[in-house]
Write a protein of this length. Structure first.
Length: 342
């Protein structure tokens, strides 16, 4: 195995595929390894370039192999796909990864540390709890509607239905149905308490970093978005500009241009969906406030006058992402725009 300079590693839960080449591009090693034999194999290799697709457990293996002295580069799987020849299997995937990692125009993903991944675990847990809460709320509403009990949209209306369920003297709900609905109401209370605990953890993580505190000063950026941005972007200098960060999130229009004629469409579904969702929700909050109380941002007022609310929200989310990149890279605090006097 001497002479290996580049390795393509196709990771999995149990069986890993290795494809290594020398400086001339000749195949030196092609091997399947079990999980227990992966680290001993790389311990015997001289320091080399290791390419891995940025998927589940990729950051863990990136950290482990970096500790052994290797240079690890993670790549989005969609960027590796064009280098795959014909049939798809583990050996072909490892070969495609080995080829893609050597391309000078390839874009890479920064390896996240355990602390950053811990914060992202909090966010993912919160998302799971939110889905459970919506599911339980809709289930309770649907079952109660079968007995003619319908409540207004919102938390207050749902609490009214839960109060009816817990009132044993209310005869509008049959006994057998009340027993099952109480189980759902108890689960809803538990999920609400757990969601509040994740909110506290996220708030603490946002306030724990100096950059997180500066990001929360941006309109439309709260603790959840600030914490998620700091955890998802370990090195903001990896992006050459704020537009690159916005494009990575997925807030720029997709192109179908040809022959010098530009054709721009809506935003793509690629990118970081979680950050995109948080940015758009924050932008909608800013727009709602501007509609009620006015805005000191002439750009936003003019945009709202000629575009629909959702289009304006995406444009504002794009602008917010660029501002966040500028704040993270410059070390400066957010400054409110100054109104020009005529």
């Amino acid at each position: 195995m001497e002479g290996v300079v580049t390795v393509g590693l196709d990771i999995a839960k149990s069986v890993f595929q290795v494809h290594g080449v020398d400086a001339a591009g000749q195949v030196v090693v092609q091997r399947k390894l079990t999980r227990a034999k992966l680290i001993p194999f790389f311990e015997k290799l001289p320091p080399c370039l290791v390419g891995i697709e940025a998927c589940a457990t990729a950051h863990h293996w990136g950290r482990r192999l970096t500790e052994l002295g290797h240079q690890v580069k993670l790549m989005p799987p969609s960027y590796v796909k064009p280098y795959l020849k014909r049939q798809k299997n583990d050996a072909a995937d490892a070969e495609a990864i080995c080829e893609a990692v050597t391309r000078p125009t390839m874009r890479f993903v920064e390896v996240k540390g355990p602390e950053q991944q811990s914060v992202l675990v909090i966010h993912r847990t919160r998302m799971t709890l939110m889905r459970h809460r919506i599911e339980l709320s809709n289930t309770i509403r649907a079952h109660m509607a079968e007995f003619g009990l319908v409540a207004p949209i919102g938390r207050i209306g749902l609490q009214g239905l839960v109060g009816i369920i817990r009132d044993a003297a209310d005869e509008r709900v049959p006994e057998h149905a009340r027993i099952c609905l109480k189980l759902l109401a108890d689960q809803l209370d538990l999920v609400n308490r757990q969601a509040l605990e994740t909110d506290r953890l996220i708030l603490a993580s946002a306030r724990a970093t100096e950059v997180g505190r500066r990001l929360m000063a941006v309109p439309g950026v709260g603790p959840v978005l600030a914490s998620a941005m700091v955890a998802s972007v370990p090195d903001p200098h990896a992006f050459r500009s704020g537009r690159n960060l916005s494009a990575w999130i997925g807030l720029v229009p997709k192109q179908n241009s040809s022959g010098g004629k530009e054709r721009l469409g809506g935003i793509t579904k690629q990118g970081n969906r979680y950050l995109r969702q948080l940015l758009v929700v924050g932008a909608l909050a800013v727009i709602r406030y501007a509609e009620r109380h006015g805005s000191r941002r002439p750009w936003l007022v003019q945009l709202m006058a000629r575009r629909t609310t959702k289009v304006a929200a995406v444009a504002l989310a794009n602008k917010t992402a660029r501002m966040m990149w500028a704040i993270m890279t410059s070390g400066q605090a957010y400054r409110e725009p100054e109104l020009r006097t005529a």
